[in-house]
Design a protein around this ligand. Structure first.
Ligand SMILES: Nc1ncnc2c1ncn2[C@@H]1O[C@H](COP(=O)(O)OP(=O)(O)O)[C@@H](O)[C@H]1O
Ligand SMILES: [Mg+2]
Length: 378
């Protein structure tokens, strides 16, 4: 193996960089988001809305480290995009009063880059590696030695003459963030003392996020306006904040700047985000599935042709939320619209849809949504 670690990036179907972040309801940050997000980020744990369990556990981890006067265990933040992983990483450093170094898996191309970074840390620093599942393998191996033994082995020379020189690393805390914890290797995952699983936010929590953001942005947001936006934000603070900015634009141009319930509804209609947070693509997938193929089952490539999109766009951009919302089921015979999907389009679901779904769906869907799909069905 190349001692510089300049191997090819790990072969995986990583889609993060390919997903369209321009859609209004995409959980990924676009350039606009990045600019505004730094001003909206909660700075301390008390400002961090929701994720109650994670927050409580993290409080204990940080407080005990403070009392011991030594850096806390390494922390892995795992969960879908836009739920606050980067914010939490920054908060961890702030709560510890520690300096933070920020990098990301794809940015660490060679093990040598990581070795240089690690050996420049001072005691108590936080090293934040975003998208840690995308780190190259040789760098990863170096990383877990550093996490466990606070040491890096720097390889000098090439071939038979190569020798490894151990270098000490100051005690630090690694905070890793990942949208795909399943892609982490066992040895890396095992070296995190604390793994925080972030979950989607409730509408009430999103209302709280929106209130806070509105204050920071100086937007006059009424409670029922906030409720309207929260309900369409797909459980994701990043989306809530983005919709708030678009609704504010509308309120300023078409109304008196105040975001009322009616203003929020009118604005989101203009932007094509419906009551469930579906956008045009999501709806056209459901529409094709139901109106052209009688609700399925039908193959994803057929759906893609019908809506004039790439298969990948349908599978990776539209379907995950449709499945999570209990509107679409992936079955071995193809995609099936649930009764909730028919109702969402204002149509009556065919009688017996629940029964027809039962055999296929129970095998392919996980508990929560399977229940919802099956028992919402009449
Ligand atoms: N718990 C939260 N409380 C308040 N705002 C949040 C919270 N989580 C996320 N946000 C908002 O959402 C934006 C995106 O969060 P971020 O930490 O970048 O998510 P991730 O790194 O998981 O993609 C932040 O700028 C912040 O404004
Ligand atoms: Mg992030």
């Amino acid at each position: 193996m190349n001692p510089d670690g300049a191997g090819p990036a790990r072969a995986e179907h990583d889609i993060d960089s390919r997903i369209d972040a321009d859609a209004l309801v995409s959980p990924y940050a676009d350039i606009d988001d990045r600019e505004v997000e730094s001003s909206l980020r909660p700075r301390r744990l008390v400002d961090f809305v929701g994720q109650v369990r994670v927050r409580e556990q993290l409080e204990l981890v940080l407080e005990s480290a403070r009392r011991r006067g030594s850096p806390p265990d390494h922390v892995l933040l795992s969960g879908p995009p836009g739920l606050g992983k980067t914010s939490l990483a920054l908060i961890i450093a702030a709560e510890l009063g520690a300096a933070i170094r920020v990098t990301s898996g794809p940015a660490i191309e060679r093990a040598g880059d990581l070795a240089a970074m690690l050996s420049s840390l001072t005691a108590g620093d936080v090293l934040f590696i975003d998208e840690i599942h995308r780190i190259a393998r040789p760098a990863e191996e170096l990383l877990y030695v550093a996490m466990e033994d606070f040491r890096v082995d720097v390889v000098v020379g090439k071939g038979h003459g190569a020798t490894a020189i151990p270098l000490e690393v100051a005690p630090f805390t690694l905070v890793g963030a990942t949208t795909r914890s399943g892609l982490l290797t066992g040895p890396l995952r095992d070296r995190f003392g604390f793994v925080a699983h972030m979950d989607f936010y409730s509408a009430t929590e999103l209302e709280q996020v929106l209130r806070r953001s509105a204050d920071l942005l100086g937007v006059a947001l009424q409670a029922d306006g906030g409720r309207e936006i929260a309900g369409r934000s797909r459980g994701t603070p990043r989306i809530a904040n983005r919709l708030l900015r678009r609704v504010r634009d509308f309120a300023e141009v078409r109304a008196d700047g105040v975001v009322t319930h009616d203003v929020a509804r009118a604005a989101l209609a203009v932007y094509d985000v419906d009551e469930l947070g579906l956008d045009r693509l999501d709806r056209s997938v459901l529409d094709a599935l139901i109106r052209r193929f009688a609700g399925g089952p039908v193959g994803v490539s057929t759906i893609a042709v019908a809506v004039g999109e790439e298969v990948q766009t349908v599978e990776e951009v539209a379907e995950p939320f449709l499945v999570r919302a209990g509107l679409l089921a992936r079955t071995p015979r193809g995609r099936v619209a649930t009764a909730a999907a028919w109702e969402h389009l204002g149509l009556r679901a065919p009688a017996g849809l629940g029964v027809a779904l039962y055999g296929d769906v129970s095998r392919t869907m996980s508990g929560r949504f399977a229940d919802r799909t099956l028992f919402d069905t009449e």
